[in-house]
Design a protein around this ligand. Sequence first.
Ligand code: HEM
Ligand SMILES: *[C@@H]1O[C@H](CO)[C@@H](O)[C@H](O)[C@H]1NC(C)=O
Ligand SMILES: *[C@@H]1O[C@H](CO)[C@@H](O)[C@H](O)[C@H]1NC(C)=O
Ligand SMILES: *[C@@H]1O[C@H](CO)[C@@H](O)[C@H](O)[C@H]1NC(C)=O
Ligand SMILES: *[C@@H]1O[C@H](CO)[C@@H](O)[C@H](O)[C@H]1NC(C)=O
Ligand SMILES: CC(=O)N[C@H]1CO[C@H](CO)[C@@H](O)[C@@H]1O
Length: 357
Amino acid sequence: MAASYTFLFLVSSLLLASYFCVVSDAATDSPNIVKGLSWSFYDYSCPQLESIVRKHLKKVFNDDITQTAGLLRLHFHDCFVQGCDGSVLLDGSASGPSEQDAPPNLTLRARAFQIINDLRARIEHKCGRVVSCADITALAARDSVFLAGGPDYDIPLGRRDGLSFATRNATLANLPPPFGTAEVILTSLATKNFDATDVVALSGAHTIGIAHCPSFSSRLFPNLDPTLDNTFAKNLKLTCPTATTSNTTVLDIRTPNKFDNKYYVDLLNRQGLFTSDQDLFTDERTKGIVKSFALDQDLFFDKFVKAMIKMGQLSVLTGNQGEIRSNCSVRNNDYVSYSKTVVEQVVEDLENLSDEF
Ligand code: HEM
Ligand SMILES: *[C@@H]1O[C@H](CO)[C@@H](O)[C@H](O)[C@H]1NC(C)=O
Ligand SMILES: *[C@@H]1O[C@H](CO)[C@@H](O)[C@H](O)[C@H]1NC(C)=O
Ligand SMILES: *[C@@H]1O[C@H](CO)[C@@H](O)[C@H](O)[C@H]1NC(C)=O
Ligand SMILES: *[C@@H]1O[C@H](CO)[C@@H](O)[C@H](O)[C@H]1NC(C)=O
Ligand SMILES: CC(=O)N[C@H]1CO[C@H](CO)[C@@H](O)[C@@H]1O
């Protein structure tokens, strides 16, 4: 009897101790959370949210692992232009040109938008219209990182969907160009409060995904950028015989579909694809950080998670701001026959997917 009480006491002390460790870790390590967002936002209104998203994405990536990159980039573009408000998802049709139509968005994947809308239908079916498209996009990016082999981490939720498009000019002004030097990228991201470590860590997202020739052909034509590794440059010229070919190539030649620290190993070997990547290993302010991430994947993961949580809170709408969009592609006001269409769609989804739940 006494022994078992002692045992229970030990166990509960251990549990308490680990509880307090977690709490104090959270207090010291966690980034600040914007007012209105929370780690437990949908715990009551949609407790299945995170498992619905993860389960569906596992299936999607089983068929095509390259979709992780499209979803990760979508969240980046959403957040950098006018805040993480889901505005990047809006179709241009209803209210004039949208973020999707500005040049940097021409290469966002159509499939990524579909996946977000598929997730929205599944979530609405389970929980009603309580989860924003901006939060779904943030969760999809988080799960893309993890399911591609990267770190798993919590993100704060509670974003609301924006009512307006970003202008074409705002889109161009907020997304830095791939031909920018480290100076350009550092200056651009500093306006959003990202420091050199954040910049190098966020650029590590280029450990997955692809790019089209025009995004890096200024390094090949008219003259070869001398910082390019010779063999790497030769192969790029085979893929891109002219500056405007629409061919694509992978961003990380070592492990193109795996979320790891090989992107930094590429940079050490002068095999970064964009000037904005490679110059991080030239500029004295970022070179040491690149090296440290190439040598220590856990360090990269740790800094990446911190920077992503920061990015995911840029100019968010919360509380009663904005709306919870029913169709991620359209504002509720513009969605005239919304209730009928959604009900029909949800019923159809339910029938088709009943074995999934
Ligand atoms: C730091 C400045 C950045 C620049 C200049 C930049 C630029 C680009 C460009 C030009 C592409 C290729 C587009 C194409 O030709 O198809 C690309 C792809 C990509 N970017 Fe970035 N990016 C930056 C930061 C980020 C950040 C912060 C993330 C995410 C956290 C990110 C995630 C991605 C991903 C995953 C892809 C591959 C997309 C796909 O395969 O569909 N990028 N980026
Ligand atoms: C957008 O930018 C261009 C070039 O910088 C400028 O000429 C134009 O007036 C701007 N448009 C708006 C609506 O601000
Ligand atoms: C790239 O595109 C060109 C046409 O513009 C084509 O001839 C060539 O075979 C393509 N190269 C690769 C590697 O896909
Ligand atoms: C969402 O809106 C788009 C654009 O108007 C439309 O094509 C699509 O069918 C809508 N989706 C649903 C589920 O109604
Ligand atoms: C559901 O299944 C029917 C056929 O059973 C098909 O016509 C329809 O396109 C499917 N809908 C979705 C959303 O997959
Ligand atoms: C102008 C243009 O081509 N816009 C595209 C931006 O990206 C989305 C998703 O691929 C397309 O649906 C738009 O047509």
